[in-house]
Ligand binder design. Structure first.
Ligand SMILES: Nc1ncnc2c1ncn2[C@@H]1O[C@H](COP(=O)(O)OP(=O)(O)OP(=O)(O)O)[C@@H](O)[C@H]1O
Ligand SMILES: [Mg+2]
Length: 243
């Protein structure tokens, strides 16, 4: 079954077409990555999938439901790790998780037990009482991942999950995401890191200027272009992935 199906999806902002008539689908249990330079349209696609904003045209369904008609039901079944930090600066680490759980009608007791479990999962237990402003950048990323998991989502949307992380934390997040995948969770992520796409993704869509240039497995792409994904990207778009 397809968890996400997008047909002729476009998003326009005033004079700018950020996403230009793209088609893709993501099946249950798959890890699907979007690669592309700054401004390619990756975050915009994600915003439409998690019902933050509607498409300008085209049809998008998530869990078989149209994003225009069933945003509340869709949101209750997915988790989002945004590109930008939007943690509540007035709350501690653990409070950020417990308060967020209220959006999903999770009982206080259940929220607390899940929050502690997720702090262990993301190696943040010892920071539970700390204010957000006193966390490092990498710790904030990890807390955003924990928060995205508070409602036990079936689909996890990750916008540049490891940007700003040191190598140890990056590998830890890859292990965590692979563990979630092995339990059947569907993952959709964006990344600028070739190694991340190769380690995590079953398929990748390479985006450039709002269009999908190609969709394939990392292994097939690298064999076709006899190089790594970075050189695939350069060959297909003439641009460096780093923007
Ligand atoms: N709210 C908005 N209003 C107007 N233009 C926007 C808005 N959000 C994004 N854009 C524009 O849409 C295009 C795609 O932006 P988007 O954030 O989706 O790119 P991206 O691929 O996620 O880039 P990055 O790798 O830098 O995160 C850019 O040209 C951007 O300036
Ligand atoms: Mg982005």
């Amino acid at each position: 079954m397809d968890v996400i199906e997008a047909k002729a999806l476009s998003k326009r902002y005033d004079g700018l077409t950020a996403v230009n008539n793209i088609d893709f689908s993501i099946s249950e249990g798959e890890c699907f990555g979007f690669l592309g330079p700054n401004g390619a349209g990756k975050t915009t696609v994600m915003g439409i999938i998690y019902c933050f904003m509607p498409p300008s045209s085209g049809d998008v369904s998530v869990f078989g439901m149209n994003v225009r008609e069933h945003p509340a039901e869709i949101k209750s079944r997915l988790g989002v790790m945004p590109q930008e930090n939007n943690l509540d600066p007035d709350l501690s680490v653990i409070e950020n998780l417990i308060v967020y759980a209220r959006y999903f009608d999770i009982s206080k007791k259940e929220a607390s037990s899940r929050a502690w479990e997720l702090l262990d999962f993301t190696e943040l237990r010892e920071k539970s009482g700390v204010n957000i402003k006193d966390l490092s950048g990498g710790m904030k990323r990890r807390l955003l991942l924990a928060r995205a998991l508070i409602n036990s989502p079936e689909l996890l949307i990750l916008d540049e999950p490891t940007t700003g992380l040191d190598p140890h934390s990056r590998h830890a997040v890859w292990d965590q995401l692979n563990l979630l995948k092995s339990k059947g969770m569907t993952l959709m992520l964006t990344t600028h890191y070739m190694e991340e796409a190769e380690k995590l993704c079953d398929r990748v869509a390479i985006m450039d200027s709002g269009k999908i240039v190609t969709i394939d497995t990392p292994a097939h792409l690298t064999s076709l272009y006899s190089g790594n994904l970075e050189s695939v990207y350069l060959t297909l778009t003439g641009k460096s992935l780093e923007g």
